[in-house]
Ligand binder design. Structure first.
Ligand SMILES: [Zn+2]
Length: 565
């Protein structure tokens, strides 16, 4: 059982004891710092906060905005990683290392530029991961649960989704057109909505295999449509993606006793192996299913890598067998090692997909831990690339309903009770959800399908709220899962043109801005861009050709005329 108050108090005193001997310059996580005069301050001194802020201002003044060309782009997507998730996760991270936690940073929170993205879909105020993937990977806002198609395509409209004019092009397409290598890494099925935004076009995110499509045939005409897994393995751009790592074998293998897949038509892994061997030779590709096999892949000899580590989603980091399942950071590392061989650069998409899954179950500890794992993967990419030629963007697709309530004391265990009580005299956890699934944390009441419908709150004073599967309290009980939230999400950026990610904007701006930075996609030749690039010393590969400049000038004229008329 967790004794919240005493544990919190212990952390505070531990942190403050440390702080009297550790200075700001050596460790930016404590409550004392040394000024230029050599005098040391603690958080109780007003000068501590002044010196703290002065150090940050000094750091910002010294920073020079980077321009030039982003040869490489790495996009990190924390699925469902709301602002509250970031705050709680940084505290969790610090407390796992026996510090107070509030003044910690996740790796990407140290990036020089931060903006906010508006996540709504064309037809929904609160988004899902499909319409948002279409926005942040193809630059076009779409309808709820549709991927890679414009909002002309309604949910389940298969005929509409195959019309070329309704299909969107992704930053994976733009990258390949510029000769860049492309990779996808996720902790979910590789056919799940977020990664699918890079390569698929579908009127329903659930059409991941031909078996899924067959089920949908009872509801709508799907005769012209192809499932998401098949698009990934057999169609452009998926067939040319060099690194694909994640879960979801079930959607690739045949429904037989051997491989226990779900497909009826073909074994897509066998297709992938054969295709890569025929096009690139027998020794240029590898298919792996566990951590050891992944770590043994020699990136100098391997150009194409497919890793499917689970039948469904990968397991939560805290519940996985660490010797069998690779971490997100390990997958990210291998992907970059392979992709960075491409002299034209690369685009890599990395998703921490289980943050969202954990929130849907209101198991906040797992959501926070997955966020910390995501932060480690970002740090891995930072360590392997240069800020001068690699743009790293870290964001989320949508929010969740988790809140962080008052008023726990400083250093209070983020996973536990807040220290206050409600009008019913019962304590409450710092973290809770606006809605959540119909299940209970009461061991004596595990079969109660709807424990909260009588509106009586559970007494959590004797419950270990830090256990891995503890479902945090919610107000509205849902049949299945907690819902997404509609609030904006953060965007963190580092590298060439990272400053363009400041401000508040629509989510679909993100890929076009990444493309602008790399000289690819629809915004590559945006007005002012060519001049800015050339004056900043753009590499020859991405300098506008005279024809492109002329075309841009003509387009500009046309646009101006249209506006004037
Ligand atoms: Zn979700």
């Amino acid at each position: 059982m967790m004794v919240t108050g005493s544990l919190g108090a212990t952390w505070i005193s531990f942190a403050c004891c440390l702080c009297f001997v550790i200075t700001y310059s050596s460790r930016n996580v404590c409550c004392s710092l040394a000024a230029n005069t050599g005098k040391e301050y603690t958080e109780q001194d007003r000068q501590y906060w002044i010196e703290n802020a002065k150090a940050k201002v000094t750091e910002k003044v010294k920073y020079v905005n980077k321009r030039g060309v982003a040869k490489n782009i790495i996009m990190f997507l924390g699925d469902g990683m709301s602002l509250t998730t970031l705050t709680a996760s940084r505290i969790y991270k610090g407390q796992m290392e026996k510090r107070s936690g509030e003044n910690e940073y996740l790796s990407f929170e140290k990036f020089p530029f931060v903006g906010m993205s508006k996540t709504y879909c064309v037809d929904k105020q609160v988004a899902d991961s499909a319409c948002t993937a279409t926005a942040y990977l193809t630059g076009v806002k779409a309808n709820y649960e549709t991927i890679g198609v414009s909002a002309s395509v309604k949910l389940n409209d298969c005929p509409g989704s195959v019309a070329p004019g309704n299909r969107t092009q992704s930053i994976a397409d733009w990258s390949m057109a510029a000769g860049k290598a492309v990779g996808l890494v996720t902790t979910t099925r590789v056919t799940h909505a977020s990664p699918a935004g890079a390569y698929a076009h579908t009127a329903h995110r659930n059409w991941e295999s031909d078996a899924d499509l067959a089920k949908a045939a009872n509801l709508t005409d799907v005769t012209q449509c192809e499932d998401i897994a098949k698009q990934l393995i057999t169609r452009s751009p998926g067939i040319d993606i060099k690194v694909i790592l994640g879960g979801g074998r079930h959607k690739f293998f045949l429904n037989d006793t051997d491989k226990k897949g779900s497909r009826r038509d073909m074994d897509l892994v066998e297709f992938w192996k054969k295709d890569k061997a025929e096009r690139f030779g027998n020794d240029k590709s590898a298919y792996v299913e566990n951590r050891e096999q992944l770590l043994n892949v020699d990136p100098s000899k391997t150009d194409y890598l497919l890793g499917l580590f689970e039948s469904k989603h990968m397991k939560y980091h805290l519940k996985a067998n660490a010797t069998i399942q690779p971490t997100l950071a390990e997958m990210t590392r291998k992907a970059i090692e392979i992709l960075k061989k491409e002299e034209n650069g690369f685009f890599l998409f990395v998703e921490g997909g289980l943050i969202d899954s954990a929130h849907h179950e209101t198991v906040a500890r797992l959501a926070l831990d997955e966020t910390v794992e995501f932060s480690k993967a970002v740090q891995q990419a930072v360590d392997m690339t240069s800020e001068d030629d690699t743009l790293i963007v870290v964001t989320s697709d949508h929010s969740h309903t988790m809140t962080m309530a008052g008023y726990p004391v400083r250093g209070n265990d983020i996973l536990s009770l807040s220290g206050s009580r409600g009008i019913d005299e019962l304590p409450y956890t710092t973290l809770s959800y606006a809605n959540g699934p119909a299940k209970t944390n009461d061991p004596a009441n595990t079969n109660d399908p709807q424990p909260n419908v009588n509106c009586a709150r559970q007494d959590l004073s004797k419950v270990d709220t830090s256990q891995l599967s503890f479902a945090y309290p919610h107000m509205v009980t849902m049949k299945d899962y907690e819902t997404h939230g509609g609030d904006d999400v953060m965007v963190f950026a580092r590298g060439p043109w990272a400053h363009l990610f400041s401000g508040n904007y629509e989510q679909n701006l993100i890929p076009l801005t990444m493309g602008f930075a790399a000289g690819i996609g629809p915004a590559a030749r945006v007005v002012g861009g060519s001049a800015a690039f050339t004056s900043a010393g753009l590499g020859t590969a991405a300098v506008s050709s005279p024809l492109a400049v002329l075309t841009g000038a003509l387009l500009t004229t046309l646009v101006v005329r249209c506006v004037c008329s």
